[in-house]
Design a binder for this molecule. Structure first.
Ligand code: PGA
Length: 252
């Protein structure tokens, strides 16, 4: 039995006032939702504000990325022990914006997974194909390659703690969403890939969908047998939308 998880990825948005208000409202709205995990991933500068705002709620804190090194002369970077110290429990890794805008390779993302696991935080590994790759029939190949890099470098045991977010690049921030069938097909294919190495781990691993998930499509997506929740970008900045998605995940 996999408990659904909804994670909000604020990206480079928000300030202290917005963070406090949004977190307090969401914490109140979610108070009576059991059997649902909720994670909020604000920008680094808001981690302590969000942690304080969520201190009496069951919502947990996550970060959007981390450096691969543990400490040292890496000006401008943030380490996993800093995230741990700030109260983070989850770290998004390999988001398509990191891969495309900042050139992160499969291998770097796999190394970052090891760094995050070493601090006993849970990585949320983002994978997904571009529109061109989908149209060329390469979806499975691309997504499996992104996951294989993690298995090769860290072993299948990495997925005891690592969640996967399947985020078709063409659906992120575009208002286009994978159909429930497209999502289920890919999620099932990911689970089968994991099962090829370890069936127990595959069965327990939570696979989230991301890419324009909104209140009007969340329930049908999360109702698919292999869709275990959502990674929410735009809609996580809107209290009513985020709460509605959490509600939908609870009911799915
Ligand atoms: P979106 O973003 O919900 O705005 O499409 C999802 C993501 O980038 O994780």
């Amino acid at each position: 039995m996999r408990i659904p998880l909804v994670a909000g990825n604020w990206k480079m948005n928000g300030d202290k006032a917005m963070a406090k208000q949004l977190c307090h409202t969401i914490a109140d709205g979610i108070a009576e939702l059991d059997s649902l995990d909720v994670v909020i991933c604000p920008p680094y500068t808001l981690l302590t504000t969000v942690e304080a705002a969520l201190s009496t709620s069951s919502i947990v804190l996550g970060a959007q990325d981390v450096d691969v090194h543990h400490d040292g002369a890496f000006t401008g970077q943030i380490s996993v022990s800093m995230l741990h110290d700030s109260g983070c429990r989850y770290v998004i890794l390999g988001h398509s914006e990191r891969r495309t805008l900042y050139g992160e390779s499969d291998s770097l993302v796999a190394d970052k997974i090891r760094t995050v696991l070493s601090a006993e935080l849970s990585p949320i590994l983002c994978v997904g194909e571009t529109l061109e790759e989908r149209q060329s029939g390469l979806t499975d190949q691309v997504v499996h390659r992104q996951i294989e890099a993690v298995i090769d470098q860290n072993g299948i045991e990495a997925f005891e703690r690592t969640l996967i977010a399947y985020e078709p690049v063409w659906a992120i921030g575009t208002g286009l969403t994978a159909t429930p069938d497209q999502a289920q097909q890919m999620h099932q294919s990911i689970r089968q890939q994991l099962a090829g190495s370890n069936e127990r781990i595959a069965d327990r691993c939570r696979i989230l969908y991301g890419g324009s998930m909104k209140p009007n499509n969340a329930k049908t997506l999360i109702s698919q047998p292999d869709v275990d929740g959502g990674l929410i970008g735009g809609a996580s900045l809107d209290t009513a939308d985020f709460l509605a998605i959490c509600q939908a995940a609870r009911q799915a």
